[in-house]
Design a protein around this ligand. Sequence first.
Ligand SMILES: [Zn+2]
Ligand SMILES: [Zn+2]
Length: 208
Amino acid sequence: MGWSVDGAWVEVTLRALVVTRDEHVAHRTFLGDQGEWPFPINGRAYRIARVKTFWGRVTELYSHDGGLVPETARFVDKVLAPAGSTCARHVDVAASVACARCGTFACAACLGPDVIHCRGCEERLFAEANDRPREGAYFAPAALFVAAGGLVGGALGLGAAAASVAIARRVQNKPLRAVIAVGLYGLAAIVYLLVAAIIDGGRDALHR
Ligand SMILES: [Zn+2]
Ligand SMILES: [Zn+2]
């Protein structure tokens, strides 16, 4: 994930936030674990904020007026509006950009903080991000399996986590995702107990 802003791609690499245009690095800011840093993109003032949460470190990008920039899975380019076109909402104002998602012609005032999407589409991007499963949460119980079951338990726990994430990506319903994850971890626990019992049985047979 990263941010597509005004024809540039912004992404977090090793300890730094980097702006690339046409494959070369245009700007780099080194980030600490927590804090805020000014961050120019194509001459516009943006701001990076980094906070620690239960789920891990979260890095957010804001425009100069405090608008949160939505993340995109990959680079989305800016689409210039054709010369002479006008904004869909302001018929007497020239359009500068065609929304990268819905194609609506938008003037500067009708664009979101990333300067490539209309405000409606930016809201839809945030709504979709909210629906996406928090994948870290599915892996948290696997740590218990590692602690309790060592190598075998850990492998089973990680298997359950990976399967839960794969299914959660295809299931929209949040409670159903949780039920599936609990079921898979339950299955992993049963398999672990069976394997442990067989190993114990084997050991007993050797000592006899
Ligand atoms: Zn749009
Ligand atoms: Zn407008």
